[in-house]
Design a protein around this ligand. Structure first.
Ligand SMILES: [Zn+2]
Length: 685
């Protein structure tokens, strides 16, 4: 029996071997292609049951099996697994590409959309059909025949340019090295950063300390190095990488940026839109580029006085305490760190002593149980590693979802934190298929001291990360939608998908929640009020400057894809300078080429979408505001939790995110809570 072909219940991690991958994927691809062909050739008007149901069934199996392979490749990578993963990935990608451009299937979806049956379908099913038609259209399916070859060419060129863009960034990052031989120049650097640089030099058989442009290597220099020239050297190298000012002209992204923008513009015009920003927004919650720009400019206006204040304080501090009369770009991070240390006087290490894993995870579960009226219990399942735990969520005695928790970093596990789905909720003939989630983090593993395994201790940032990913998990698992295509996070607009995750982060700052999820390593005491007050005070350190920075990136991205004329007189650098002139309070030096490594928009999925971070934060902050308003009233608090569950978490992508938000809050989103949470409320207002 091939473990990947067992779809009866939980994934069979106990029976899995890498040799099973190639035959399983071949069989599933063959099945899927056979079904697609049958559906293509069916002559009758398509119906939900004869068309969508069988197509979904066969593609879901492929998705689930490949999901298991992808998950294992990410969390327990071995040479054997990586080889079969790389061997099969192109085959799977090819199938999805084929499916997305299959005109016969597109015609069937359109016929179904136009049929009398469509009107009688429940909204979730209509949404799935509408989404499919929309995605085919954006994929060029409706173009006249003579335009299709050019459209396909544009897609290929864009993919190649995006790959080239990120390769240039990576190559420029990898190629840079700075060897420091005089230890005195490293004064101020923490020991772990120095040790890492020393080990990097030794590995290359070099003397001294070796720094690269990888973030954990160079950033401590900007943050801690007292040697101003050293900071300037590293700042300059990082700010010019992959540009015409960088080390190697082969890695210059200048022309790639121009070409990518030109192709996106051409694609948009072929599809009948005025610009690429309009294309990007079709499947999103925001309705027009002008709306997004208005939102960002408003945010900039409100954040500006706070950012100006942040900067004035920093300048005064740098002058008085650090002897820096002129605050340069390479001084900002350094001076900020010194100011933070002086002002808040507590360390991450001190806070960490209060967050042992059992207390944190228990506190998280307790919060969720109270807020959403569910029960979380340990459960059993085959696992991929001994450190993984498995749980079930019940509501009124009924199983509604299950999840794996894989918390610690280890060799062979990809960095970062994420939520992924092993299976989505859907209606089956025999009942409901309940959702299953993978929750993956990379926290420090428990230490064994004198043969005794101590609990893992988390930093406050790690606790926030856990709550964030759990928010995505709740969105996936607490869904009540029975249609796979729009249950859980499926079909949720890109700029709204971070609502539940960012929402959950807020609870990591609540005194009552923290009291129940902290216990000091030695005394067992919960977090003391004095330390909590310092954490709260430090929370919004320089939030004005940070907000303006995000707005600057977002506005630059939006204008590039909206009203920037790639054939006109203005260069990309001019546009960036113009945006900075309008919104930034810290203007980087003229040689700064940040845009040449802005991979989010040139090589990731964020083109005309970078604003999503702030957009979703408005939603999450405002949603959390409802809980703040209910503070102190247990009944109202309980009702608010149930309403959040009912109107936001349970509906998934079955209706527009704006409708869900409005149903929960009783009004449209407001920016006020976001400003308040960032300490941006002007006195007297
Ligand atoms: Zn997230």
């Amino acid at each position: 029996m091939n473990a990947l072909l067992d779809f009866t219940d939980l994934p069979r991690f106990d029976l899995f071997t890498p040799e099973q991958v190639t035959p399983a994927i071949a069989a599933l691809l063959a099945d899927a292609r056979a079904v697609v062909q049958q559906l293509e050739n069916a002559s009758a008007t398509p119906t939900w049951n004869d068309f969508v149901t069988p197509l979904e069934a066969v593609t879901e199996k492929l998705g689930r099996a490949w999901g298991v392979v992808g998950h294992l490749n990410a969390v327990v990578d071995t040479p054997e697994l990586r080889a079969v993963y790389n061997e099969n990935q192109p085959k799977v990608t090819e199938f999805w590409t084929e499916l997305g451009s299959n005109l016969k299937l597109f015609d069937k979806y359109k016929a179904l959309q136009a049929s009398p049956e469509y009107q009688s379908l429940e909204p979730a099913r209509r949404k799935i059909i509408d989404n499919a038609v929309r995605d085919f259209r954006l994929g060029g399916a409706e173009l006249p025949e003579d335009k299709k070859p050019r459209f396909a060419e544009i897609q290929e060129q864009q993919a190649a340019l995006a790959t080239r863009f990120s390769e240039n960034v990576l190559d420029a990052t990898n190629a840079y090295e700075l060897i420091v031989e005089d230890e005195a120049r490293l004064a101020g650097l923490p020991d772990d950063a120095k040790q890492m640089a020393r080990a990097a030099a030794e590995k290359e058989g070099k003397p001294g300390w070796r720094f690269t442009l990888h973030f954990p290597s160079f950033f401590p220099i900007l943050q801690y190095a007292q040697d101003r020239e050293l900071r300037k050297t590293v700042y300059t190298a990082n700010a010019t990488k992959a540009s015409e000012l960088g080390a190697n002209p082969d890695w210059d992204n200048t022309q790639n940026i121009v070409d990518i923008l030109r192709l996106r513009d051409e694609e948009a015009k072929l599809l009948g839109y005025r610009n690429f920003a309009e294309v990007s927004l079709v499947p999103k919650m925001a309705t027009s580029p002008a709306q997004v720009i208005g939102f960002l400019e408003d945010l900039a206006r409100r954040a500006r006085p706070f950012a100006e204040n942040d900067l004035a304080e920093l300048r005064a501090f740098a002058k008085a305490e650090l002897g820096l009369d002129q605050l340069e770009a390479w001084d900002v991070t350094y001076a900020s760190e010194k100011l933070r240390e002086q002002r808040y006087a507590f360390s991450e290490q001190e806070v960490k002593q209060y967050f042992p894993e059992p207390q944190v995870v228990g506190g998280l579960f307790r919060l969720i149980q109270n807020m959403f009226g569910v029960l979380i219990k340990p459960d059993t399942s085959p696992r991929w590693h001994d450190d993984v735990s498995f749980f079930r969520i019940e509501k009124q005695g009924q199983l509604i979802g299950q999840f794996y928790l894989d918390l610690y970093a280890r060799n062979g596990k990809r960095g970062g934190a994420w939520m992924d789905d092993a299976r989505g909720r859907k209606n089956l003939a025999g009942g409901i298929q309940t959702p299953i989630a993978y929750l993956t983090c990379n926290f420090t593993e428990p230490q064994v001291i004198n043969g005794v395994r101590k609990p893992a201790y988390f930093t406050h940032d790690e606790v926030i990360t856990l709550f964030h990913e759990f928010g995505h998990g709740l969105h996936h698992m607490l869904t009540a939608v029975d249609e796979l295509g729009v249950s859980g996070i499926s079909g949720v607009e890109w700029d709204a998908v971070e609502l539940p995750s960012q929402f959950m982060e807020n609870f990591c700052w609540e005194w009552d929640v923290l009291q129940h999820m902290t216990a000091h390593a030695e005394t067992g005491q919960p977090l003391p009020r004095a330390l909590y007050d310092k954490m709260i005070a430090a929370k919004n350190f320089q939030s004005g400057l940070q907000m303006l920075r995000q707005v600057e990136f977002s506005l630059f991205d939006m204008h590039l894809h909206y009203d920037y004329d790639s054939r006109g007189q203005q260069s990309v650098a001019d546009l960036l300078a113009d945006v900075r002139h309008r919104v930034a309070v810290i203007i980087p030096p003229a040689f700064n080429r940040f845009q040449h490594s802005f991979s989010h928009i040139f090589a990731g999925g964020y083109a005309a979408g970078y604003y999503s971070y702030k957009w979703a934060e408005v939603l999450s902050a405002d949603a959390y505001g409802a809980f703040e308003e209910a503070q102190g009233d247990p009944n109202r608090l309980a009702e608010t939790g149930l309403a959040f569950h009912r109107e936001i978490l349970s509906v998934g992508g079955s209706r527009p995110a704006l409708d869900s938000f409005t149903a929960f809050r009783g009004r449209e989103p407001s920016i006020d809570a976001l400003l308040r949470h960032n300490g941006m409320v002007q006195s007297g207002q």
